[in-house]
Design a protein. Sequence first.
Lengths: 293, 666
Amino acid sequence: MNTTSNSSSFHRPIASDCQPGQRFYVRVLRQDGPRKRRYWQRFALEYEADMNCISVLQRIAENPRTDDGRDVAPVAWECNCLEEVCGACTMLINGWVRQACTALVAQLLQDRPGEIELRPMTKFPVLRDLVVDRSRIFAILEKILAWVPVDSYYDLGPGPRQSQEAQQMAYLYSKCMSCGCCLEACPQFLKIELEYREGETPEAYNARLRTANMRAYIGSHAIAQVELFNSNPIGAMNATERLDALVAEGGIQVCGNSQNCVRVCPKGIPLTTAIARAGRAATRHIFRKWFDR
Amino acid sequence: MAKPSVMIVGGGLAGMAAAMKLAELDCEVAVMSLTPLKRSHSACAQGGINSVNNLTRQLGDNEGKHFEDTVYGGDFLQHQPPVKEMADWAPRIINLMDRLGVTFNRTPEGFRDQRRFGGTLYRRTAFAGATTGQQLLYALDEQVRRWEVAGKLRKFEDWDFLGPILDEQGRLRGCVGQDMITMRIRAFPADALILAVGGCGLLFGRSTNSMACNGSAASRAFQAGARYANGEFVQVHPTAIPGADKLRLISESARGEGGRIWVPRKPQDPRPPTRIPENQRYYFLEERYPQYGNLLPRDIATREIFKVCLTEGLSVETDRMCVYLDVTALPREVLDQKLAGILEIYERFQGADPRVTPMKIFPAVHYSMGGLWCDFEANAAGGLNVGSPRNQHTNVPGIFAIGECDYQFHGANRLGANSLVACLFSGLTVAPGVVAYSDNLPGGDARDQTAALYDRATAKYQAEYKALLARPDGGPNPYRLHTELGQLMTRIATVVRHNAELADGYGKICAMEEKARACSLADHGEWANQNVVFLRALQDMFPLAKTIVKGALARDECRGAHYKPEFEMPAVEATDPAERRRQAEAWCERFADNNRRWLKSTVAAWSSDGEPQISYEEVDTRLVRPRPRLYGVVGGDVIEQVWKERERTAKAKAEAVPSASERGPG
C-alpha cells in the first residue's frame, strides 16, 4: 500500500555516520505573528543519539541563542504525541512536508550534510514561527458530515457485522490524523488568509473566514473521509448528504489529479483510490439528481 | 430549570465521552483543551479495550471475572463498586463504539476480533489494529463535531486551564483559561467543571506520555482544594523504545499476539539475535511465570526486566539497558493486520525492521494510577448508583474528575487495555450525575452569580501572568530545570524505591521548586508565548511531584507498582513440609498485618504552607476479600493453601458472631 508513497523513502535504515557531539546547523524560518515579516535564524547544535527534529527544537528552547551569539525567543512549534499519531508537529523539513517527530537528524544529515531547514507549512496562515492555523481542516470535516449519525448513546446492542476486507479498507482511511500534508502538497489547495476589515468584530471576521473556508477546495483527506463514512453501514444511511457536499463548490471536481497527496501522506492512506471511487460515486449522484428532477 | 452549563477540561477519550453524553442530555457544554481535541494523548493508546464478550462468556468468563482480574491486578487498592460497575458496562461501551464506526478488527464471520492481554487468561481485548486509542478518539471527535455543528457544544482548543472559580462557600462557579495564541485570559461561568486532564508523565521528564500530559491542570485543582489520592502509584510500562525526546511505547499487544521477551543466556552475546540458537536464549518471564508467561501484570514484568538487566547483568547491550521483544516468529498477516501500527513506530524511530530482527526495549513511565480523589455512591448489588451526583465528584462541590486524572479504577497497578474502558465509562456515566448535581444548586446557578466573582478571578490570573512576563533575566532556564526534575523523579520514584533516596529527593524537589520561582523567560512577548505557558506548567509540577514522593516515602510496603525491597515479603523456600507450612503461616500473618496497616488509599490535601498533608482512607472491599497476589511467588502454592484455610476459619467465625447477637440480651 505504501509503495507509491514518499513516506517510505523517509523511513529507511539509518546509516550511523552521525557521532554524538558532532556539530550541525538548523535554519528556521521565523515569523513573530500573522502577516508579520518572515526572517531566517540559524542555530548550532550538537548531535545526540536518537535525535529527531523535536529534540532539535527542545534543545533550541533550552538554549535560544543563534549561531552568531544573539539571544532570541525560543522557536514556537506545535507537538504532542511525538510518535506520529497526533499530526500536530507537521512542518516543512528540508522542503518536505512531514512530522518533526519522525524526522530523524541522522537521516536528514545523511541527505544534506551539515544543515537542516525548518519552515512552517505554506497553505495555512502562520500564527507564529512554525505554528500554523489548521482549523480549516476541521471545518472541512464539518462540511462533509464526517461522523456516523447514531440515534443515541444508549445501549442499543452491537454495530453491524463487517467483513475483514471492509474493516481493513476502512482502517486505512480512518488513520487520517488531519495533519494537512496532503493539502500542503496539493496544487489545487490554496491558502486562505483574511485581514480584518476596519471596524470588524471578531464574530463577523470568523463568519467571513468560515464562508471562505466552506467555499474553497476540500482536499483529498476529506474525499477519503467521505469514502470512509459512506462505506460504513450506518454512515451510508446519509451518504446522499455527503455526496451533495462532495459535488458542491470546492468539491471533488477541483481535484487536478496531480497525485502529490498520496506521495506525502505519512500514514500511507490510499488517497488516489479514494478520489477515484468517490469520483465515480459523485458522477452517479449527479446523474441521479438530474434524472430525479 | 435552566440547562446546566458544564465546562470540561481535557478533550481526550474521557472528556469527549462526557461532552457528547452531556450534549445528548441537553446541557450547554464547552470543552477546553491544550491541543485540538483530535490530537489528544488518547491517540497513543495502542493495544485495545477490555470487555467480556460472547466468545469469552462461553469459555467461562463473565463481568465478575473482569472485575476480579482488575482488583487482583491492582492489588486490591481500588474501591470495588466503581470497578464492578465499569466491568458491567464494558460490553455495552464497546457495542456503542462499534455503532460509532470504530474500525475494530474482524473475524472471518464479521464479528469483532479479540486478543489476549496482561493479567487475564481470557481473550477479552477488542482492538483496531495497533492504534485502538486513536480510532476510539477519532470516533468521539466526530461525535463532538456533530454536536458542535448542531450548536450544542463549543470548543476552546489551544487554551490553558488556569484554575477553578469558587464562591465564598467553596462551590464551583466556573473557571479561568488562557488562549495560548492571543494570550487572552477570561473567565468561563459554569455550573459544573469536569476535569479530564489525563496523567502527569512529564513529571518524569521523558515517558510514554504526550507533551500535554504535564499534570498542570490537576495540580491547579489540587492547589485550589481538591484532594489527590494514591499519587505514589505510577505505572512503568515494561516495553518502550528509548528516544532523545520521548520513550515510545511498544504495546502489550505485541506479547498478546505471541511476542516473546528474552535475553541471551551469555551476557552481552555479540552475535545478532537471529543467530542465537533457541537453547541459548533465556525467556525469563516464561520460565519464571509459566502460567502467565509474557502476559504478566505490568508491574511484575517491569521489575523482572529491571532485575535481569541490573541485578543479573544480562542486558542485551553493554552501555545501555535493554532486552529483546521478539515478534519475528509470528505469521506475516498477524504482523501486518494486527500490529502494523506499533511495528511502524519501531521501524521509523529505530531504523530496523522488527519483522526480521527482535526489538530492543526497556521499561518507561507510562500511567498514573493515582489522581484526583473522587467519591461514588454504591447500590445494593455492590455496583454504582449511576446518575448519583456523588459519582466522580471530587471533594470540591461542582468539580468532577474522570479518566486518567482520577484515582478510581486501577488501584496499585492498572491492567493493560483497562484505561480506555475506564475513560469511556467514567466519561459516559459522569454525565447524568452532573445533570443531577446542577439541578437546584444552592445559591442559584452560574448565571445568578455576580460579575465581580468572575472579574476578581480573571484579575488574579492576569496579575500572575503579568508577573511571570516581568521576571528579571538571568535566572535558571525552565527547560533545563524540567530535565533535572525528570531525572530525579525517574531515579528515585519509579521501579525500585528506597526510603533514604526518597527522603533526600524530597529535599531536592523543594530546592528545585524554589529555583523555579526564580526561572527567567527567554520570551517576554504577548503573542503565542509558549515559554510562559511552559514555565507556569513547570511550577505546577512540584506540588504533584512532592505528593508522589511523600506518599511513596510514607508507604512502607510493596503493593502493585510501589516496590520497596526493604519491605518485600520473604519467599517460602523451606523444603521440609512442616517448616514450609510454618513459613507460609508466618507469611500469611505478616500479609494480613500489612493489609491492616496499608490497605488504604493515600489522600493528600494541599496546605497553605506549600506542603501536601497526607491522610489515609479505608478501601471499600465489599465484594472480593483481598488476598495475596501470588503471580510466580516462590512457595505460592503453600501460601495459597494456608491463606484459604485462614479465610475459611475467619468466615466461620464471622458467621458465628451475628447469630450470637441475634439471640438478643438475656
